[in-house]
Ligand binder design. Sequence first.
Ligand SMILES: [Zn+2]
Length: 69
Amino acid sequence: MMQTINQLYRGFYFRIMNCYWCNTELIVGGDIDIDESMPTYPEYSVETNLSCPKCFAEVEVLKKRNAYD
Ligand SMILES: [Zn+2]
């Protein structure tokens, strides 16, 4: 039962990524909408931060502004 709930939850909400260094499943810290007040990344619309619970690597994902909008 726990497994079913877990799979549903993951399937609908998270896009699973594994750590580049140790292949552990990364924890999604959150999505940040990038707008004009954040001129650092004008080409991108969403910034997602992920972290590894095992080796503590940090991963930053930037979504191109025109992709999937
Ligand atoms: Zn790791």
